[in-house]
Ligand binder design. Sequence first.
Ligand code: SF4
Ligand code: SF4
Length: 155
Amino acid sequence: MPAFKLGKLVMRSLFKKPATLMYPVIPRQWQERTRGHIENQINDCIFCSICQKKCPTNAIVVDKANRSWTIERMQCIQCSCCVEVCPKKCLTNENTYTTPSTEKVVDTYIGAAPEPKPVPKAAPAEAKTEAAVKAAPAAEAKSAEETPKQEAKAE
Ligand code: SF4
Ligand code: SF4
């Protein structure tokens, strides 16, 4: 390399920022498309187990009875297959990595208990009784009016 070119390169390198970061003082900014770790908006999950069936590494375990969704972080290869098949779109592949660990990291998400279904309202028993009480004297009076007419007809 000619001396002129080399000198230019050295001078440029002296005054520009280093390509490396002072980690962990300056955290790295990940790209939006980086496949870091899977997150679940558990309250939208219907525990259908499709993600568990499609996961190529068996990293997901879904327990419908206990409304729990579990992922073994070190087993996940961030393929996003579960994200693509989820019918409720409650899974996302976030762009930050799981903290390195010497032990297996297992995260469990527990869904909220389902709201009780509304019971259709029946007519209140008291109202029925009141209506029956009001209707009874009127019915009695009507039958009393009809009885003499019937007797006259019979004569
Ligand atoms: S596929 Fe989606 S909705 Fe079904 S269990 Fe997995 S996360 Fe929940
Ligand atoms: S990203 Fe891939 S490996 Fe990880 S849990 Fe989802 S389907 Fe399994």
